[in-house]
Design a protein around this ligand. Structure first.
Ligand code: SF4
Length: 381
């Protein structure tokens, strides 16, 4: 319980894209306007149904994230309806409200409208400053379109702006990636997310013969990101995220610190009172459903987290962040210290130089540990 009530982070999935990028395995697609309208109406219904059942007193929404897909395809009036619906059920105490934007979509006036309806953070999916790489990835936009979008976003009054950059793209080498990164960092953004391309089964990339950088080059790129972005004042605060002080994404930090979150729309995940679940991934099922009990039956990955699961998650998610896992917060939640629950694991990774333990008992990954984060985290499962 926070100072003003029960805190909740909200995710709204808007699974609409102009066309699929060649590497994308997100639940999204190029649906028509009719489906988009019905979907937003169903979202409003789902929000009502959720809050009717989740009868906590004084719910405070701390962050809202409109993700996709390409949320910028949805008219701002529809986004405003969703925000109003959330306000009917919970208090807003200066929440961070983010919307993802694809540079190939949206007139300049779109961002003024976003600003008017209370959105205060824009996350732009750039991926690369090379038009050739953007084409290889199947993106619908050019670098110039990104720059125009950024100008419009700034002109509308936004200061909290993030861009996504991708590394290990086919045909990329260390030098070309560094060029992209420096070009983006030079734009004075306050937040950058840098992810490596993962070739997922079921995507067109999976069946293509791709000229991918070697694992060594990919690791060099990953290490290069934190060093280069630090030169521009963007400090790494999580495995893939870099920000100027005060611009860390509050919504994602809520996930990594084990706060409760409610996701609405297809494939949206929630964690409510130790129950974790994902909504149906089927657009047809989502639109056809008319009572909440049926929607609940269509959930997947439903898991009632045990106390051990919650402790393990607290460590694994916490280690994603540079600040690591606070022993004080862990003790407040579970009544035990990290060193009592995981003595062997902590010692093993400290001896390997992958984990640091502060005087107050908090643990975090070393720079070397961040390179091998999956290996370290696997021991806390
Ligand atoms: S814009 Fe994003 S969600 Fe849409 S297809 Fe491309 S990567 Fe996937």
């Amino acid at each position: 319980m926070g100072e003003h009530g029960k805190e909740l982070a909200i995710y709204i999935h808007l699974p609409f894209c102009v066309r699929k990028c060649l590497y994308c395995d997100f639940i999204s697609g190029p649906y028509g306007e009719d489906v988009r309208k019905s979907y937003v109406n169903k979202l409003l219904w789902e929000i009502d149904s959720f809050f009717d059942e989740y009868r906590e007193e004084n719910i405070v929404i701390t962050s809202i994230f409109f993700g996709g897909g390409t949320p910028s395809i949805i008219p701002p009036e529809e986004i405003a309806k969703i925000l109003c619906k959330l306000k009917e059920h919970a208090d807003f105490i200066e929440p961070e409200i983010t919307i993802e934007v694809n540079p190939g979509t949206g007139e300049p006036s779109l961002f003024e409208k976003y600003h008017e309806i209370g959105i205060n953070r824009i996350s732009i999916g750039l991926q690369s400053t090379s038009d050739e790489e953007l084409k290889t990835l199947g993106r619908i936009h050019t670098y110039e379109q990104f720059l125009n979008t950024l100008d419009s976003v700034k002109a509308a009054g936004f200061t909290n702006i993030s861009a996504d950059v991708m590394y290990a793209v086919p045909g990329q080498n260390y030098k070309s990636f560094e060029r992209t990164l420096r070009k983006v960092a030079d734009l004075g953004l306050n937040h950058i997310s840098a992810y490596s391309l993962i070739v997922e089964e079921g995507t067109p990339f999976y069946d293509m013969d791709l000229d991918l950088p070697s694992e060594d080059v990919e690791r060099r790129m990953y290490r290069g990101v934190s060093r280069i972005l630090a030169e521009y004042g963007l400090k790494q605060y999580e495995i893939s995220n870099y920000a100027k002080p005060g611009y860390e994404c509050r919504h994602n930090i809520a996930y990594w610190t084990g706060k409760e979150y409610a996701g609405f729309g297809i494939a949206a995940a929630s964690l409510i009172e130790n129950l974790r679940f994902t909504n149906t991934k089927s657009m047809d099922d989502y639109l056809a459903v008319s009572d909440y009990e049926t929607l609940k039956k269509l959930r997947t990955d439903v898991e009632n987290l045990s106390r051990e699961d919650c402790m393990s998650e607290a460590v694994i998610l916490g280690l994603r962040m540079n600040q690591g896992v606070s022993d004080k917060a862990f003790y407040e939640k579970f009544g035990q210290h990290l060193s009592d629950v995981y003595p062997k694991e902590i010692l093993k990774h400290k001896l390997e130089g992958l984990l640091k333990e502060a005087e107050d008992g908090s643990i975090s990954l070393t720079a070397k540990g961040r390179d091998l984060s999956n290996y370290v985290m696997a021991d806390f499962i």
